[in-house]
Structures are given as C-alpha cells and as structure tokens.
Design a protein around this ligand. Sequence first.
Ligand code: PXL
Length: 268
Amino acid sequence: MIKVATIAGSDASGGAGLEADLKTFEEYGLYGMAAVTALATMDPAQEWAHRVFPVSGEALRAQLETVFRGVGVAAAKSGMLGSPYAVELTREFIASYRVKNYVLDPVMVCKGAGEALNPELNQAVADKLLPLAEVVTPNLFEASQLSGLPEATTLEAMKETARVIAGKGAHTVFVKGGAKLAGAAKAFDVFYDGNDFEVLEAELLKTNWTHGAGCTTSAAIAAGLARGLSVRAAVRLAKRFITQSLAAGFPLNKWVGPGNPASWRKAY
Ligand code: PXL
C-alpha cells in the first residue's frame, strides 16, 4: 500500500481541509494519513463565519512523529497551517525526512472568509516552505501574495507570477484560478516547471459549489506523485480530477457546497 500524508486543518463541514484530502487519497487508491494543524469551524448563527482553532505545537509534533517517523510516506501535502509553529514544524519534518514529493498548498484564505488570514504567517510559508516544495499550488490571490505582484488579470500575468514564485525556490508552480479572469472562456491554470509554461484548460463550470477545490487539487497532485507520476503528469491528472469533482458539486446548506471527489469512480 502506498502511503501519503496531509498536514492540514480539519474542516468540520467536510468539504475542504484534511477531510477533502483523505477523500481524494482514497480515490487514488492510497493509504492516507493526517496531521491536524487546526480546527476550522463555520458558524450557522453568523452567516457561516469561519473560526480557526490551532492545535498545540506539542500535539502537532506528536502527530508528525507518528506519520513521518512511525510510518513514512511516498508523498505529502500541506494545507492550512494556522500558526507560526505549524509552519516551522512542517519545515522540520519535510526536511529531516527528505520528503521529495512535497506539495505546498499555500492556503491563505477560505472561500467566503474574505481577506488573508495572517500576512506574517504567509511570509513564513514563503520563506520556509517554498524552497522545499516540489510543487506549490497558489490560487490567484495566493500567487499575488507569494510573488509580491498584483493579482493577475490575464494569462500572461499568471505566467509572470509563476515565474517569480519559482525564483523563490519552489521547483514547479501551478497557479490556479484562471476561470476567474475576466472573459475567460475556459477554466485555465498555469503550470511552470522552471523552464516552460503549460496552460491547462477545462470546460468552464457554472457552479457555486467549489468549496474545497484547492485542497482537493493539491491532494490529487500529491497522490499522483505518490503513485510515481511525473509532476507534469500528476498536475494534468489532478486537473481532470478536480473538474470531475466540481461537475458533481452539491450544496450543503444555503452558504456552501463542495465538489464530490467520489464522482471519479463513476460507479453509481
Ligand atoms: O479551502 C481552504 C480551506 C483549507 N483548510 C481548511 C478549511 C478551508 C476553508 O474552509 O476549512 C481546514
């Protein structure tokens, strides 16, 4: 059995965070593990306002020991970290266990939660984790934060942010969210391997049920790497996986709806 781990927050509503990651790993036929960094909750009495409760450094370290020392992984991803010590512990374990297939999802904001959770934390992610990442998977907002460039409004600008982020140490960069560009006819994303750009595209889905899309995408890339795919192949397959998942999205309530990673099976 191939093992893969996520270092991420729990989304109590089940659509994003480590819940999305574990569902995705399952679809790839892998054994998934999780080190929980924080608990994210959404308040139905407050228009689904998010709260984040970080897990203690002691508890996170103990989980990382379980996963990396106690078992070992073919690949890992990180998502919401939620505290400076979670960034540092992630760096320590990814570096000391020489996890080559490390996917950094630089989660800075949850959909609907508004602004960047914490600019200093984002800087720590850039400084400590980008250089370890085989792939970093920012959306347009996160790519702007990591690159220091304005948020991209064109494909060319997405490429430029990818180039700048690669210059900060990530091996490869996958800038997502081109579906949001004005007048976009397709759901574009940009992959940059340090030399060449590839624009990936899929049909543009008209849906509000996209909760957890970023988590699912980075988990799918980690899963592809764990299965031995090249980064480029893992990214291409992840793009198909998330498109399929979003095509099967559904509402949880009046505020939010996730994709459905299980739609990949097409068995029902
Ligand atoms: O989608 C970003 C995200 C990541 N991780 C956790 C979340 C969310 C958004 O709600 O709750 C745990």
